[in-house]
Each structure stands twice: as structure tokens, then as C-alpha cells.
Design a protein around this ligand. Sequence first.
Ligand SMILES: [Zn+2]
Length: 83
Amino acid sequence: MNDRIKVICSNCRKPFSERANRLKNGYQVQCPNCMRLITFDSSSEDPNIRRPLKAAREIRYAAEDAIVMARLAAQQPKRDTGY
Ligand SMILES: [Zn+2]
């Protein structure tokens, strides 16, 4: 699964990617292009901050769902259905 989130720096407008499991509220990353420190604050008005935060949250939820589904599937009684 691709867990890379595209982030656009509000300062230099250049895109870079960050891992979804690191990208959460309060996370700080330095732009690799202009070295500006970006703080991912969910209360920010900046769509370049809000959008990647939301995308990362959705990816983490999807990953959690996949774990739950795998666990449920493992709990199913094993039946030999013959196919
Ligand atoms: Zn930048």
C-alpha cells in the first residue's frame, strides 16, 4: 500500500512526499526545497496543511480497518467448503 502523502509547501509551492503514519496533528517537517519548517496543525487555515493531514488520517483509518478485517477473518471457524 502506498502510504506516501503529497504535501505542497506553502512557502515555495514545491511538492514533496511524507509518510502517512508520521503525518499527524502537531507533526513538524522541514521543506526539502526551501528548508522552511512546516507544522501540521489541524486548526490551520492553510489548505496545504489541512489536505495532507486529512489524507493521512484516511490512510491510517483504512490501514486499521484492514487489520480489523484480517483479525475477523482469522476468527472465522475454518470450514472445509470443498472449493
Ligand atoms: Zn518549501
